[in-house]
Design a protein around this ligand. Structure first.
Ligand SMILES: [Zn+2]
Ligand SMILES: [Zn+2]
Length: 125
């Protein structure tokens, strides 16, 4: 289950972001849908047993081009050998590069550069 977070800045900018992982997070179809350029590699890896599984989850990120906090999809790939890899998705608005805010990192307002206040506004699955 994921959280819906509401971020508020002192300058008035605010947004709602769906974060975390939903019920379909470990379904390979979710990986294909959010990371179509990786779909072939993942389906081949799963078929051959080289990939143990995938998880798709969402974290807040900032897009400098859009000047917005955006939900960014991340793809975690678990390899059979024990290794893993995390692929960061693009901005859902402009498909450009984004910077992710980690779990222990404050979300910074893209307008005024100040730390934003976070509140849980609900849950999703
Ligand atoms: Zn963007
Ligand atoms: Zn602000």
């Amino acid at each position: 289950m994921g959280d819906i977070k509401r971020y508020k800045s002192a300058c008035g900018y605010e947004c709602r972001i769906q974060e975390g992982a939903g019920l379909r997070a470990i379904d390979p179809e979710t990986a294909y849908r959010f990371f179509p350029d990786r779909a072939d590699l993942i389906s081949e890896g799963l078929a051959s047993g080289q990939i143990r599984g995938t998880v798709v989850y969402t974290r807040p990120g900032v897009c400098d081009a859009c000047k917005k906090i955006v939900p960014v999809s991340l793809l975690h790939i678990e390899y059979a050998g024990g290794g893993n890899e995390t692929v960061t998705g693009a901005c859902p608005g402009c498909a450009g590069a984004v910077r992710i805010f980690e779990e222990d990192e404050p979300v910074i307002c893209p307008i005024c550069g100040k730390e934003m206040e976070a509140q849980i506004a609900g849950f999703w699955d």
